[in-house]
Write a protein that binds this ligand. Structure first.
Ligand SMILES: NC(=O)c1ccc[n+]([C@@H]2O[C@H](COP(=O)([O-])OP(=O)(O)OC[C@H]3O[C@@H](n4cnc5c(N)ncnc54)[C@H](OP(=O)(O)O)[C@@H]3O)[C@@H](O)[C@H]2O)c1
Length: 278
């Protein structure tokens, strides 16, 4: 398959809307993404220096939450540091998903701090042209898995004790409709799609054990959002379509997270609060 055709197929997938919740195991629920709960607590966010993560940090800060906003390179996280300068409850910390020792060190620092929402947001797309059958770059595949699957699993494991001490007790992963096996319509972005399906399975599996500890595991897809990641995908495909702003996505995602509870643990939902089939 030519790269151009592959890129067009990537676009067809990205532009696809949320599938209706027809899967046998998908509960018939619909949360309200326009409903603010007014609840506050402590949230830790990965990848909060740009894109959706930055707006999640800003939105939580504006709601009065205590925010542990993490970034790979805090010193150059200008937009995030600007938010922290206006919100005394925002602390910027270093966290690289590829640095497991560093994750453990940060978790030890916050060992006695209750974390209400542990928000695994950071991820990479990987170069779209290097994940087409016939020209697959397996080193890239390993890297995408290390960041998008192993990283969030390690963060969840390292910080679960802090989540357990909190009032709300939620571990959240920002996933993608690209990880919905039953929704796949094109062969593009195979590493990214695989990584999000694996992330979904890892969080779904974790939800079974963590429910006994009172911890809710939430999977939320943020919609098609105007960020570096989405623009890389659209650029390679050579097309444009209307995207949510990161602010719109963050607001809706947080409202959905607010309404998640143990009754819905392990569910895969969109930013519109609709269950997505696996
Ligand atoms: N944008 C969309 O339309 C869309 C759609 C569906 C799902 N999502 C998901 O939404 C989440 C946020 O995506 P986005 O669009 O905001 O992406 P983005 O703008 O590309 O931002 C990605 C973030 O992840 C961080 N990151 C990358 N590698 C990391 C690592 N090894 N350790 C720690 N942080 C790392 C980046 O930090 P650096 O600045 O240091 O690289 C950056 O903060 C992701 O999980 C993505 O898969 C996005």
């Amino acid at each position: 398959m030519s790269r151009t055709i592959g890129a067009l197929l990537i676009t067809a997938t990205l532009a696809t809307g949320i599938m209706p919740a027809t899967a046998a195991n998908a509960p018939e629920v619909k949360l309200n993404p326009d409903q603010r709960s007014g609840v506050t607590g402590t949230v830790l966010i990965t990848g909060s220096n740009r894109g959706i993560g930055l707006e999640l940090a800003r939105n939580y800060a504006e709601r009065g939450w205590t925010v542990i906003a993490t970034a790979r390179k805090p010193a150059s996280a200008d937009a995030l540091n600007e938010i922290a300068s206006h919100h005394p409850l925002v602390t910027v910390e270093r966290l690289d998903l590829l640095d497991h020792a560093g994750i453990d060190t940060l978790a030890a620092k916050y060992r006695d701090t209750p974390i209400d929402v542990l928000l695994n947001n950071a991820a990479i797309l990987g170069e779209p042209n290097d994940q087409l059958f016939g020209s697959l770059d397996y080193d890239l595949m390993k890297n995408v898995f290390a960041v998008n699957v192993i990283g969030p699993m390690k963060v969840a494991e390292a910080f679960a004790g802090s989540v357990e001490q909190s009032k709300l007790k939620k571990i959240v992963a920002i996933t993608s409709t690209q990880g919905s096996i039953s929704s796949v319509r094109s062969p593009g972005l195979v590493f990214y799609n695989l990584s999000k399906a694996a992330l979904n399975m890892s969080m779904r599996s974790n939800s079974k054990g963590l429910k006994k500890r009172g911890i809710t595991v939430a999977l939320v897809s943020p919609g098609a959002v105007d960020t570096d990641m989405m623009n890389l995908a659209l650029d390679r495909a050579g097309v444009k379509f209307k995207l949510l702003t990161p602010q719109e996505s963050a607001e809706a995602v947080i409202n959905v997270i607010d309404q998640y509870g143990l009754d819905l643990t392990g569910t895969f939902m969109s930013h519109t609060g609709t269950v997505i089939p696996w």
